[in-house]
Ligand binder design. Structure first.
Ligand code: ATP
Length: 258
C-alpha cells in the first residue's frame, strides 16, 4: 500500500494541564478529500493546529508524517515549506490590503521565481479574485473573503491544504459555492483535509472521514460507510431528528382529524 500523504499516529496534545487530543491516529491519502467531523470542542481545530505546528511544544506524544517524513517538532515555516497549506477558521484576510496584496503576502515563503505562475494558477482557480484584484479585502463579501483566504494558502502550492470550517457563517447559497470551490481545488491536484460542522455537505464531497469526540476518533470510514452509520446519522446528520419531526407532524395532523 502506498504511504499516506499525511499520517498522525497516537497524537496527544495538551493545553497546559488540559488534554485536548487523546491519541489521535488519522491517515490522509494523496489526491483525495478527507474530512474530520465532530461537535464543538471535540478537538478538530486542535488537530489542524497541531499538524501546522502553531502550538508551542506540541504534540506532547505521537508522530506526524508528511509523505513518510516526520514533521512534528518543526517550525511552522518549515511545515509550510514542506507542502502544507492551512486556512484557519474565520476568513483571516488582511482587510486593509487589496486582494492582490493578500495573495502576494501568501507567497512570501517562496524564494523561487514561480510566484507569477502560482498567482495565475490561483486566479485561474478563483476567477472572482481576478475581478476583485485591486479591491480592499475588507470590502469583499463573506464568501469572497473565504475564497481569498484559500487562495492565499494556495500561493505556496501546497500538496496538502487543511481547512477549518470554511462554510461557517455563509448563507446556504454561498455554502454550496464554497463546497464546489473545495472540489475544484482538489481536482487541480491538491489533497484536502477538511474540518467541518456541516457533516452532510462534507460527506458529499469527501471520500473518507473521521468522527472525533472528546479528543478521540470514535468512528471512521468511507463517506458511504459514515452516511450509513446510525450514530453519525443521528448525531451529525440529524436524520433521526427529521424522522421525529415528521412523526410529530403526522401525529398533529391525525389529532386534527379526530
Ligand atoms: P469548535 O468546532 O468549537 O472549534 P473543535 O472540535 O475545533 O471545536 P478545539 O477547538 O480543538 O475543538 O478544542 C478541543 C478542546 O480543547 C476543548 O475542550 C477546548 O475547550 C480546549 N481548548 C481549545 N483551545 C484551548 C486553549 N487555547 N486553551 C485551553 N483549552 C483549549
Amino acid at each position: 500500500m502506498s504511504v499516506p500523504l499525511l499520517s498522525l499516529r497516537h497524537v496527544e496534545t495538551w493545553y497546559g494541564r488540559i488534554q485536548a487530543l487523546r491519541g489521535i491516529s488519522i491517515d490522509v491519502l494523496e489526491g483525495g478529500i478527507t474530512t474530520v467531523l465532530g461537535s464543538n470542542g471535540a478537538g478538530k481545530t486542535t488537530i489542524l493546529n497541531t499538524v501546522a505546528g502553531v502550538l508551542d511544544d506540541q504534540p506532547e506524544k505521537g508522530t506526524i508524517e508528511l509523505a513518510g517524513s516526520k514533521i512534528n517538532g518543526l517550525e511552522t515555516e518549515k511545515i509550510v515549506a514542506s507542502g502544507i497549506g492551512y486556512v484557519p477558521e474565520g476568513r483571516q484576510v488582511f482587510a486593509e490590503l487589496t486582494v492582490m496584496e493578500n495573495l502576494e503576502v501568501g507567497a512570501y515563503l517562496r524564494r523561487d521565481r514561480k510566484m507569477k505562475d502560482d498567482l495565475e494558477w490561483v486566479l485561474g482557480t478563483f476567477p472572482i479574485l481576478r475581478q476583485r484584484s485591486s479591491q480592499l479585502a475588507g470590502t469583499l463579501s463573506g464568501g469572497e473573503q473565504q475564497m481569498l483566504a484559500i487562495g492565499r494558502a494556495l500561493m505556496t502550492r501546497p500538496r496538502l491544504l487543511m481547512m477549518d470550517e470554511p462554510s461557517l457563517g455563509l448563507s446556504p447559497l454561498l455554502v454550496a459555492r464554497m463546497f464546489e470551490a473545495i472540489v475544484q481545488v482538489n481536482e487541480r491536484g491538491v489533497t484536502i483535509l477538511l474540518v467541518e460542522q456541516n457533516a452532510r455537505k462534507a460527506l458529499e464531497i469527501a471520500s473518507f472521514g473521521y468522527v472525533i469526540e472528546d479528543g478521540r476518533v470514535v468512528a471512521s470510514g468511507t463517506s458511504a460507510e459514515l452516511q450509513a452509520n446510525d450514530d453519525v446519522r443521528e448525531f451529525y446528520l440529524g436524520l433521526k431528528n427529521d424522522q421525529l419531526m415528521a412523526d410529530a407532524q403526522r401525529w398533529k395532523r391525525k389529532k386534527r382529524w379526530r
